[in-house]
Ligand binder design. Structure first.
Ligand SMILES: Nc1ncnc2c1ncn2[C@@H]1O[C@H](COP(=O)(O)OP(=O)(O)OP(=O)(O)O)[C@@H](O)[C@H]1O
Ligand SMILES: [Mg+2]
Length: 291
């Protein structure tokens, strides 16, 4: 038993907005796997921590024995590169699955160096799909259809969205059960979130009634600055308990880990950044948003 499991339910500490911070216990091992819950990591603002959160949350869930698939759904291929997969040299990627009937998802999925963590890679080819899908029947449902054959193999699927609210992102929201919104702790963070929530509401009404906002994760938080603290307070005022307790601190270890093409959980396993993503994984499980 780890020390945490012996703690009372509420620790003495408060979260970044002054709420009592629950103790999120290490989740029990799973006796069987699947079907996966699909979570889209979404924010049309660039550089807010979508890819960093996708990779590190996925790696933390995988450490807890969850089988996790990352879907790289950005033509920049940052999630693929960040896990050491040179997607630019692959000739079969998610693009082929979206555009070619009969392409086999299992032959395109790659194992990563992290146990329990697989990747559906993307590269710049995906940028053509946005245009080519426009003329398709049920063009918003293509990703959902493509993922269906492997959902029983995984407990969680995380989709790393590109910074846009275009057709690819609408496909991600249509395939998903939940949305996690990473939000950078800086002054204009809230700009655009109303539009994102509006888009999520439209997708729920028209395409995917089960879609939920699982939570907003504050990233690049610096507790020493009044500014960071004000931003999370404003997010809490606007979105209440959709703001997750876990905040991700700002640290150069994240870009360092990307250069090493590893999650922080293996690159610097004892760093506070690794601990933060493990806590986020436990919080999601505790909320029922992941197995
Ligand atoms: N908590 C953090 N502390 C410091 N740097 C971070 C943190 N999270 C992410 N970064 C860095 O910020 C940059 C943007 O992060 P990331 O690529 O995860 O954002 P993104 O939302 O996926 O961007 P894009 O919209 O371009 O896809 C990267 O260089 C990343 O290493
Ligand atoms: Mg990204």
């Amino acid at each position: 038993m780890n020390s945490q499991a012996q703690n009372p339910v509420l620790s003495a500490t408060l979260d970044a907005v002054g709420r009592p911070l629950p103790v999120f216990r290490a989740p029990a091992p799973l006796a069987s796997h699947g079907p996966a819950r699909i979570i889209a990591m979404c924010n049309q603002k660039g550089g807010v921590g979508k890819t960093t959160t996708t990779i590190n949350l996925a790696a933390a869930l995988a450490e807890y024995g969850r089988r996790v698939l990352i879907v790289d759904f950005d033509p920049q291929g940052a999630a693929s590169v960040g896990l050491g997969i040179n997607a630019h040299e692959l000739d079969q990627t998610i693009y082929n699955l979206l555009m070619e009937r009969g392409a086999d998802i299992r032959s395109i999925i790659r194992q990563t160096a992290v146990e329990n963590l697989d990747l559906l890679p993307a590269n710049i080819d995906l940028s053509a799909a946005e245009v080519q899908l426009v003329g398709e029947v049920a063009r918003e449902n293509v990703l959902a259809r493509v993922l269906r054959p492997v959902l029983d193999d995984y407990d969680v699927v995380l989709i790393d969205c590109q910074p846009s609210l275009g057709l690819l992102t609408v496909n991600a929201l249509t395939a998903a059960h939940g949305v996690v919104i990473p939000l950078e702790c800086e002054f204009f963070a809230l700009r655009g979130v109303a539009l994102l929530i509006e888009t999520i509401d439209k997708v729920r009404d028209r395409l995917n009634p089960r879609l939920e906002v699982d939570g907003i994760v504050a990233t690049m938080y610096d507790p020493r600055t009044l500014h960071s603290r004000e931003v999370v307070q404003r997010v809490h005022e606007a979105f209440g308990d959709r703001l997750m307790h876990t905040v991700i601190g700002r640290t150069v270890k994240f870009p360092d880990a990307s250069v090493a093409a590893e999650p922080i959980t293996t690159y610097a396993p004892h760093h506070s950044g690794a601990a933060a993503y493990r806590q986020l994984a436990r919080e999601l499980v505790a909320r029922g948003d992941a197995a």
